[in-house]
Design a protein around this ligand. Structure first.
Ligand code: SF4
Length: 355
């Protein structure tokens, strides 16, 4: 059976190579990718600067679209969550967060997630498969279609479903496409990749491009973090923080972002705040404190607001740059740790069930 390849799996350089190998001039790759990403055209018949015979030849060999949008939910606060389906039926979610001067898109890197963080709905799904580069990039294409013609996605964060560093080759090629000045043209500093702490792959990520690094921290001790983020048993806090301290390029202008989900009675005491200050002292960083977003599979919930305020004030007084993150999109289950479309759960079930 003839299998089509996917154009969006390739950076411009890689596609030029592929076209050359097929006996086509490399500039044809530039033309095709310009249609896909600059003109937002995926229909071969509309690619009018390509000869008709070439369009027919390419259409037989190459796919242009990896995801279809099957559902869109809009929050009262403007946040917009889309459920996107791949050709094999796998489903992921992407969330668009409009702010005054930017449009931030949160995208997924895997179908489900193998890391099973205890407060996260995606982790409760289990893991089905990695997304391809085309499926990562197509989240941006599909979500751009939801904006007005004069609006552009300005920031991309890999904080949706999955652990990006466990799918690094596909994520790396997607970053090359998103930052290509002739394609999406996003500055690397407008891309943030979030990891639960896959220490062995952090340097490799930052070698791709000077993107921002975010680390899901969530606890100041191994005892608590082992439970909240089971990956900590493999990469304990001391290794994680030591690696971050040695990274080239981390500076007050390019700090590490730490995410700290505040969970009632688990990691929200004044002692936890003091330990956190001690753990991060001297490391250029910003701390985002996020009161836990409840979901049905989680045994805990957010602390009372007085505890949230006390914790935040304590780490601020200890010298950390800290932001208390407003929850966005909670009414449509689009907030951090809530991404777990019913259809995604069904897809994971299909993938892990024998027969
Ligand atoms: S928090 Fe991130 S790494 Fe942990 S289970 Fe959820 S998606 Fe995976």
């Amino acid at each position: 059976m003839h299998r089509q390849q996917h154009l969006k799996n390739h950076s411009r350089e890689a596609l030029r190579e592929r076209f050359r190998a097929d006996g086509l001039p490399a500039y044809r790759a530039d033309q095709v990718l310009r249609w896909l990403y600059v003109q937002a055209v995926e229909d071969w018949s509309a690619m009018s600067d390509l000869p008709l015979a070439l369009r027919e030849q390419l259409a037989a060999d190459w796919q242009t679209r990896a995801l279809d949008c099957v559902h869109v939910a809009r929050s009262q606060d403007g946040t917009c969550k889309a459920t996107l389906r791949a050709h094999d039926g796998a489903v992921v979610e992407a969330v668009l967060i409009p702010e005054e001067r930017r449009q931030t898109l949160c995208i997924s890197s895997q179908v489900g997630c193998p890391l099973a963080c205890s407060f996260c709905a995606t982790g409760a799904l289990g893991f089905a498969r990695n997304l391809t580069t085309a499926e990562i990039v197509d989240q941006v294409c599909r979500m751009q279609e939801l904006l007005d013609p004069d609006e552009r996605i300005t920031n991309v964060v890999f904080m949706g479903m999955g652990e990006p560093l466990l799918n690094l080759p596909a994520v790396a090629e997607a970053i090359r496409i998103l930052t290509d000045p002739k394609l999406f043209a996003l500055a690397p500093r407008r891309i943030t990749v979030s990891t639960a702490g896959v220490v062995s792959r952090i340097e490799a990520l930052l070698d791709i491009a000077p993107v921002h690094l975010a680390v899901s921290l969530h606890a100041p001790t191994d005892a608590v973090r082992d439970v909240l983020v089971p990956l900590n048993r493999r990469f304990p806090l001391a290794d994680l923080i030591a690696t971050l301290r040695e990274l080239d390029g981390v500076s007050p202008r390019r700090p590490v972002f730490f995410e700290y989900t505040l969970i009632d009675g688990v990691n929200d005491s004044e002692r936890d705040a003091e330990r956190l200050v001690a753990l991060l002292r001297g490391l250029p960083c910003k701390l985002n404190v996020i009161p836990m977003n409840p979901h049905p599979d989680a045994p805990h919930g957010p602390p009372p607001s007085a505890v949230v305020d006390r914790f935040t004030a304590r780490v601020h007084a200890g010298g950390l740059r800290v932001t208390l993150r407003r929850n966005r999109g909670t009414d449509i289950d689009a907030a951090c740790g809530q991404l777990a479309a019913r259809e995604a759960a069904a897809a994971v079930d299909r993938a892990v069930s024998p027969g």
